[in-house]
Structures are given as C-alpha cells and as structure tokens.
Write a protein that binds this ligand. Structure first.
Ligand SMILES: Cc1cc2nc3c(=O)[nH]c(=O)nc-3n(C[C@H](O)[C@H](O)[C@H](O)COP(=O)(O)OP(=O)(O)OC[C@H]3O[C@@H](n4cnc5c(N)ncnc54)[C@H](O)[C@@H]3O)c2cc1C
Length: 454
C-alpha cells in the first residue's frame, strides 16, 4: 500500500507524490482530519468549508481513477500507524508551528517503523536552503519543470473510505476544487486580468481584476507551477496592457514563494519579531478595546471599517487594503502584530502562514529591513474610492453621527508618534546589526523598486 498523504495539495494534476506512488503499486490516497489543527487560534470554519469542497471534488476525481479518497480523523502519526503502509509520499509543507511539529512526529514514526517517507517540493520553496544567493534562479527552474500528469488509473485499495466532517462556515466561501481553480485562471488570463496592474489597488475593482487564486494556491488545488506555465504561454501572444498586467502577476507569484521561504527558513517568525531588538515595542501597551473596535469594523475611520467588514463577510480583500488594515492596527492603534495576524488569519479564506506572518510583520515594522510604510486611511479613501461607493456599501451609516462613532484616534498624531518611536529604536545599533542579519538571510536580492507615498 503506497499511501499518498494529501495536505495542502488537493489536486491530482501536477502532484508528484501521487505520480510516484502510482508507478510503484496500489495507491491509498489519504486525508487526515486533524482536530488539533482545526482548533488552532489561526483557524476558522471558513478554511474548513473551502478545504472540504476541494476534498469532495478530489474524492470524485480519485474515485473515477479507481481509488477513492480515504478519510481518517485524529493524530496523523496515530492514523498512519493504524493503516497498512508500505511507503508514504507527501509534499513538503511550510505550514504553521502546529503542522511543523506534527511533521516531525510523522517523520519520527516513519523512521522508527522502517517505512520510507518521501517528501516532494511543493512549489518554489527550497528546504534546507543554505543561502538566498541564487534563490530566484532556483525558483525559475522549479517553475519550468514539466508538470506531472495525473495517473491514467489507480488500482482499487479496498479500504473503508471514511467520511469528511461537516462544514459550518458563517459565510459563503469562494468555490473550492481543481475545476474552480482552472476556471479562475482561464477567466483571469482571457478577460479579467487585462487591467490587473491598474485595478489591483482599489477594493472596488480588485475583486474582479485580481486572479482570486489565493485560496486555491493555499490549498493546492492548482500548483504555482501550473499557474506560472499558463501565464508564460499567455505572454507569448500578449499585447498592450496585457504585457504589463502579466509581468506584474508573475512578480507576485514569485513573491509568494519568496515570502514562504522566510517561514521555511525561520519558523519562529510566526511567533517572534524578525528582529528581536523590537521585542517590547508594543506588547505592554496593547489596548483590548481598540483591538475589538478594529476587529468589529467600528473604528470611526469609514474606509478602514469598510475593508474589515468586506473581509469578514467575504473572506477576501485585496493586498493594499490588507496592508492598510495592518498599518492602521500597528501604527494608529499601536497594537502588537501577533493578535492582529491571528484575527486576519481567521478571516482570510486564503490564509497561508508563510505569506501572512511575514506580511503582518512587514506592515508593523518589526522586520527591520523594510521601509516604514504608514497608510493614511483618508488618503486611501480618496484615492481608491473617490465616490465613496465602497464605503457606502459596507458602512452605510458612516455619515450619521448618531449611528457611527467618531474616530478612535487622530491619524496624524498617532502616525507621528509611531514613526518617532520606531525610528528611535531603529537607530539603536543593536537593531541595525540584527536587521543586517535579517537582510542577509531573507532579503530579496533584487534592487528595491520605488513606491508611491501614502
Ligand atoms: C498583511 C497581509 C497579509 C497577507 N496574508 C496573506 C495570506 O494569508 N495568504 C495569501 O495568499 N496572501 C496573503 N497576502 C498577500 C496578498 O494580499 C494576497 O495574496 C492577494 O490579495 C490574494 O488575492 P489574489 O489571489 O487575487 O492575488 P493576485 O494579485 O491575483 O496574485 C496571485 C497570487 O500571487 C501571490 N501574491 C499576491 N500578492 C502577494 C504578496 N504581496 N505577497 C506574497 N504573495 C502574493 C498569492 O499567492 C496570490 O494568490 C497578505 C498581504 C498582506 C498585506
């Protein structure tokens, strides 16, 4: 029995572990529902709702090939111990601290039981990377490797199939599954993506003009390689604004793995500041009332609140608005990034630990290597929603002083105070030395691009 352990790779196309197992003999496609993982502080029912749809479709596909998905619930090592395993195959996972520890336990079990456990790279992330020099080249190589075809058929395994626990999300999540992922990619490359680079920043246009592939990439219904190769084929015939749009899009696919690589190299950044010299900057001043108002979307800043409310209701918001939400929490409200990140992790259907914690730290200025970027919520409102259509939709009471609260803080004062405190710390030598180490270990080797202010 060649067990293929499906984790965040819920597809049959471009699935190297499945391809390899199918060449060896009888395949048991396995999914383990792990209660401990789903009880985590970063977990929400919306994640399971999405994953469950992906798993239902995956089961249908595997069933048609001849071997339905086997579902078990419990601790992964215990579940594997209970199955007739000859060899185990999986993708490398750069997940949160919980999955990191679980993978160690599974590897230990495999070692002690004498069961070969083969893990395949999941994307452009390199395990046990020695240096960031040359990483981009490695990434390109990975993206250009041929896609593994789905097996033509699988031998029946005859095991009891088990069942997926029900999903109870409070919102309607994006559609899961390989079919939905490919449909999104196609509509993006044929139609929706033409003005991607121009329309990604406003929450009015981004929902349609961005690819919306993020939960699919996070749950692996499509691989980064499949997306990359489809984009490169499309670029051959691209004209006009399509060229810039597709170049901007490929850059983001690259960023994806660039960020995930940081967590792969240093799992502690899920919990600790990149630069430890920033420890203590905000922790003792955490204001629970401000945090609640931020989470509820009642800060008195209509554009900030509209973004939070859209996110809560739909499970998605565009990049710039994510950055603004964190910037507002980190600078205006002076909240430590960790509770902020956990809340957003639960809200994002596409929660991807590697991107998420790096981004949250970057927008809170605890990485030490990035420019401190404090978003002005009212300027963003003017720039991205000049007719207030977005704000009216999500915060219809915004201009009624009886129903909508006054601003929690004064932005200009709060931003100045935050900037002063961060730069005072930055100037301290110890922080500078540590930041250099972060740059050496995680920094992009490209020259920085210039960014617009505000
Ligand atoms: C504070 C903060 C937290 C974030 N947390 C997550 C997260 O948990 N999961 C997640 O997938 N993205 C996260 N992002 C990055 C980005 O906002 C989303 O990937 C993007 O909005 C998803 O929509 P899309 O698929 O339509 O993106 P597109 O613009 O169509 O981009 C295509 C893909 O490229 C990758 N990508 C895009 N932008 C970035 C970026 N800035 N950094 C790294 N990869 C990128 C994603 O995989 C995305 O699906 C975060 C950004 C911020 C500022």
């Amino acid at each position: 029995m060649h067990v293929v352990w499906f984790k965040r790779d819920l597809r049959i196309e471009d699935h190297a572990p499945l391809g390899e197992a199918a060449r060896r003999g009888v395949v048991v496609p396995l999914f383990i529902y792990e209660p401990g993982l789903w009880q985590g502080q970063d977990s929400d029912a919306r994640h399971w709702a999405f994953a469950r749809q992906c798993l239902e479709e995956l089961d249908g596909r595997l069933r048609r090939l001849g071997a339905p998905l086997v579902v078990r619930s419990g601790d992964a090592a215990e579940v594997l111990r209970s199955l007739p395993v000859t060899a185990l195959y999986a993708h490398e996972e750069t997940g949160n601290g919980w999955t990191y520890e679980r993978d160690r336990r599974v590897r230990k079990w495999a070692r002690e039981s004498g069961i070969p456990f083969t893990e395949f790279p999941a994307n452009g992330v390199v395990r046990r990377l020695k240096t960031r020099d040359g990483w981009s080249r490695l990434w390109q190589e990975r993206m250009r490797q041929p896609v593994t075809a789905a097996p033509a058929r699988l031998e029946p395994h005859g095991l009891d199939e088990g069942a997926l626990p029900p999903a109870k999300a409070a919102i309607e999540v994006q559609r899961g599954g390989e079919r939905a992922a490919h449909a999104l990619l196609e509509s993006f490359l044929e139609r929706r993506g033409e003005r991607y680079h121009r329309e990604m920043s406003s929450p009015l246009t981004a929902a349609e003009s961005c690819s919306r592939l993020s939960p699919h990439l996070a749950w692996g219904t499509i691989s980064a390689r499949q997306v990359y190769q489809a984009v490169q084929r499309r670029r051959e015939t691209a004209e006009g604004t399509w060229r810039q749009a597709l170049a901007a899009f490929v850059a983001r696919l690259h960023w994806r793995d660039h960020f995930i690589q940081k967590l792969e190299d240093e799992p502690r950044i899920e919990f600790e500041n990149f630069v430890r010299a920033y420890d203590g900057l905000r922790e003792e001043e955490f204001d629970a009332e401000k945090f609640e108002r931020w989470k509820e979307g009642v800060t008195g800043f209509p554009f900030v609140d509209a973004c939070m409310r859209m996110l809560r209701e739909t499970g998605w918001i565009n990049f710039r608005m994510r950055a603004m939400l964190v910037s507002f929490a980190a600078y205006d409200l002076w909240l430590h990034w960790r509770p902020v990140a956990l809340h957003l992790a639960r809200m994002f259907t596409d929660y991807e630990p590697g991107i998420h914690y790096s981004q949250c730290q970057m927008q809170s200025a605890t990485t030490g290597i990035n420019t401190v970027r404090i978003y002005n919520p009212d300027k963003q409102w003017r720039d991205q929603d000049p007719k207030s259509e977005f704000v009216r939709r999500w915060v219809p009471e915004f201009d009624d002083p009886k129903r909508y609260p006054p601003p929690l803080v004064r932005h200009d004062e709060a931003a100045k105070r935050a900037r002063d405190r961060i730069y005072a710390l930055r100037r301290r030598l110890e922080a500078r030395a540590e930041a250099e180490q972060v740059r050496e270990r995680h920094g992009s080797r490209k020259r920085p691009t210039r960014r617009r202010k505000g």
